[in-house]
Design a protein around this ligand. Sequence first.
Ligand code: SME
Length: 162
Amino acid sequence: MSFSATALTGNKPEQYAQLLEQARALLHDECDRIANAANLSSLVYHALPDLNWVGFYFFNGNELVVGPFQGLPACVRIPLDKGVCGAAARTRQTQRIEDVHAFPGHIACDSASNSELVVPLVDGAGNLLGVFDLDSPLRARFDADDQRGLEAIADAFVASLR
Ligand code: SME
């Protein structure tokens, strides 16, 4: 299969609708967790501006373990009581953090990161699968449109695993 990502156009919700379509095309008929996480990380990292890290942590029943990503090498294991990723996994609520330096327990993997969005990945049966994590060098990079758009992409990932 060859995949070509076309540039996103229009306002932010329109751009996210296009990105979701590209994500669905990329995940189509594939249910491998590593393959889909790897391709989604690449798609999102290259499609959206001002990101320095995009990737997945998977829950092993005890803690989060780094999965496929784009960006600098990252911390391998994150306990659920640590960091923004741990908070997303523990509370199962998206964490949209304007200034990570003000977040108690933030884990600085890449010193360039200033804001962060972490979406929990939960399957239809309510099991925690992991988190989808995006970091930006900009302060307050992520707004409510970004959150909605990236939650929809995270949902498409979970749905692809079947
Ligand atoms: N900053 C995250 C750790 C993961 S890295 O950003 C890739 C956190 O506090 O959970």
